[in-house]
Design a protein around this ligand. Structure first.
Ligand SMILES: N[C@@H](CCC(=O)N[C@@H](CS)C(=O)NCC(=O)O)C(=O)O
Length: 214
């Protein structure tokens, strides 16, 4: 087997890549990274010193590929199967990459900040940072709700990289800052949950959800 994904099932950025792999039906092996286990964490850092998962190792091309969006683009270039997650049309590709950046930076990042704060020691909390992250999530929700009035998927008519980026952080963010009356956003999230690739990644995370401080 050429492809190995270094990951953890509860990691939202790893779920983003899992969804892309399941969409394409690409064969791969996994290595679970456990940051609570020093040898596992140290071994992972030799692969990618930044220490953020997921990382894809491609033995056939002797390549180590970090960063979820880059991994998904790499898979599309080197192991194309099924529908392309980044469209060939340059304008659509740009729209897809923009939506991917939006979900990473303005949904995923604030969600992680709130979770990170819950894991901090009681005497080292950052209430102002949490307040700002919650406000960012609310304004992102408003934007998604408006956009989803006229399209089924994050970047248009087809499921794409942007939907892989959207599903995991929306799952966790909704537990921290509920969607409320944003019905288009809620409908989009339900649509994501019915997608077999997304449902599979969420189901595999289920046994670990007890560790999520939400
Ligand atoms: N920009 C990275 C973010 C990856 C990321 O934040 N991964 C988290 C898990 S979801 C992680 O490895 N955190 C470990 C840490 O921050 O020490 C990507 O897109 O892959």
């Amino acid at each position: 087997m050429s492809l190995t994904l270094y990951f953890h099932p509860l990691s939202s950025y790893c779920q983003k890549v899992l969804i892309a792999l399941y969409e394409a039906g690409t064969p791969f092996e996994t290595v679970v990274v456990n940051f609570a286990d020093p040898p596992s964490a140290a071994a992972f850092r030799t692969l990618w010193p930044v220490g953020k998962m997921p990382v894809l190792r491609d033995a056939a091309h002797d390549r180590t590929v970090p960063e979820s969006s880059i991994i998904i683009e790499y898979l599309g270039q080197h192991y194309p199967r099924g529908t392309a997650l980044i469209p060939a049309d340059p304008d659509l590709a740009l729209r897809t990459r923009l939506a991917d950046r939006f979900y990473d930076l303005y949904v995923h990042d604030p969600m992680q900040r709130i979770v990170g704060d819950r894991l901090r020691p009681a005497d080292n909390k950052d209430p102002y940072g949490v307040e700002r992250a919650e406000a960012t999530l609310r304004s992102s929700y408003d934007l998604i709700d408006a956009e989803m009035a006229s399209r089924p998927w994050a970047a248009g008519d087809a499921f794409s990289l942007a939907d892989c980026a959207a599903a995991p952080p929306l799952f966790f963010a909704s537990k921290l800052v509920p969607f409320g009356e944003r019905h288009n956003l809620s409908a989009y999230f339900r649509r994501l949950g019915r997608r077999p690739s997304v449902a599979r990644a969420f189901n595999e995370a289920e046994p670990y959800l007890k560790f999520f401080p939400g």
